[in-house]
Design a protein around this ligand. Structure first.
Ligand code: HEM
Ligand code: HEM
Length: 235
C-alpha cells in the first residue's frame, strides 16, 4: 500500500503498520453494510410509492384500493427506514471508527479541507493520481453525512404527515406534529417532503456514479467493499 494511504482519524488498530504490505483492510462492519442495502431498498420503495402518492394512477372500477396499497408500502418502508436509522446511529456509538465517519465530519480541520478540494479536483479529472482512503474520502463523507440528515428530515416530516392520518394525540402526532406549523401546514410540508425525495434522488445518482467511477479509476475497491466489508488496494 502506498505511503500516502490516508484514512482520516485512523486509530492505528487495523493491520496496516508501516513497512508491511497490506492489500486489504476490513472497513465496514456487517451492521453498516446491512443498513446500507436495507436503506437502498427502502429508498427505492419510498420514492416509487411516494411519487405515486403525489401523482396517483387513474382509479379503475376493478381495483379500488390501489392507492391504499401504495400508501401501505410507503408507510411500511418508512418504518423500516426509521428503525434502520436508529440502528445506524446506535452503531456509530459502538462500531469501529469508520462507523462514525458520516456522523462526525471534521469540518474544523484545515488538512481535511485541503483533501476535500483535492478530491473535488480528482472528480473533475483535474488530478492524475488518486489518493487512497480506508474509509470514505472527504467528499464522500460530506455527501453521505448530508444523506443522513436528509433521511432524518424525511422521517420527521413523513411521520408528521402520518400523524395527521393517525389522528391528534397519536404517537406520531405527539412526536412530530410540530413539523406541520413549522413548515407552514400540511400542504407545504407535503411539498418539502416531496422536494426531499428529489434531493435524495440527485444524491443517489451522483453517489452510484462516484462509487463505480472510483471502483474503476482509483485503484481501490468500492462496490465490493460495501458487500464484503473489505477494501482491496490494487497496488
Ligand atoms: C426518503 C424517504 C422518503 C421519500 C423519498 C418519500 C417520498 C414521498 C413523496 C414523494 C410523497 C408525496 C408527497 C406529495 O406529493 O404530496 C410522500 C408522502 C407521504 N409520505 Fe413519504 N417519503 C419518504 C419517507 C417517509 C417516511 C419515513 C414516512 C413515515 C411514515 C413517510 C410518510 C409519508 C406520508 C404520511 C405521506 C402523505 C401521504 C398522503 O398524503 O396520502 N414518508 N412521501
Ligand atoms: C438508494 C440508494 C443509495 C443510498 C441512499 C446510499 C447511501 C449510502 C450511504 C449513506 C453510505 C455511507 C455508509 C456509511 O458509512 O454508513 C454509502 C456508502 C457506499 N455506497 Fe451507497 N447508497 C445507495 C446506493 C448504492 C449503490 C447502488 C451502490 C453500488 C453501486 C452503492 C455503493 C456504495 C459504496 C461503495 C459505499 C462506500 C463508499 C466509500 O467507501 O467511500 N450505494 N451509501
Amino acid at each position: 500500500m502506498d505511503k500516502d494511504v490516508k484514512s482520516y482519524g485512523f486509530d492505528g488498530s487495523a493491520p496496516q503498520g508501516i513497512g508491511r504490505k497490506v492489500t486489504s483492510v476490513y472497513v465496514y462492519e456487517a451492521p453498516v453494510r446491512l443498513w446500507h442495502w436495507v436503506t437502498v431498498l427502502c429508498i427505492i420503495v419510498l420514492s416509487v410509492s411516494g411519487y405515486l402518492i403525489g401523482a396517483p394512477l387513474p382509479s379503475s372500477p376493478h381495483y379500488h384500493f390501489v392507492l391504499g396499497y401504495i400508501r401501505f408500502a410507503h408507510f411500511a418502508a418508512g418504518y423500516i427506514l426509521a428503525v434502520g436509522l436508529i440502528g445506524r446511529l446506535y452503531w456509530a456509538l459502538v462500531g469501529n471508527h469508520h462507523a462514525r465517519e458520516i456522523i462526525l465530519v471534521p469540518v474544523w480541520d484545515k488538512a481535511w479541507w485541503s483533501e476535500f478540494f483535492f478530491e473535488i479536483r480528482w472528480y473533475l479529472f483535474l488530478e492524475r493520481y488518486p489518493k487512497k482512503y480506508i474509509g470514505h474520502n472527504p467528499v464522500g463523507q460530506i455527501a453521505m453525512a448530508s444523506f443522513l440528515w436528509a433521511a432524518l428530515f424525511m422521517c420527521a416530516s413523513g411521520f408528521a404527515l402520518y400523524g395527521e392520518g393517525l389522528g391528534a394525540g397519536s404517537w406520531a402526532d405527539t412526536a412530530f406534529g410540530w413539523m406541520l406549523p413549522l413548515f407552514g401546514g400540511s400542504l407545504d410540508l407535503h411539498a418539502w417532503h416531496r422536494l426531499g425525495m428529489w434531493a435524495i434522488i440527485v444524491f443517489v445518482m451522483i453517489h452510484v456514479y462516484a462509487a463505480i467511477r472510483e471502483d474503476i479509476m482509483s485503484k481501490q475497491s468500492m462496490v465490493s467493499t460495501m458487500i464484503s466489508g473489505f477494501r482491496m488496494f490494487k497496488d
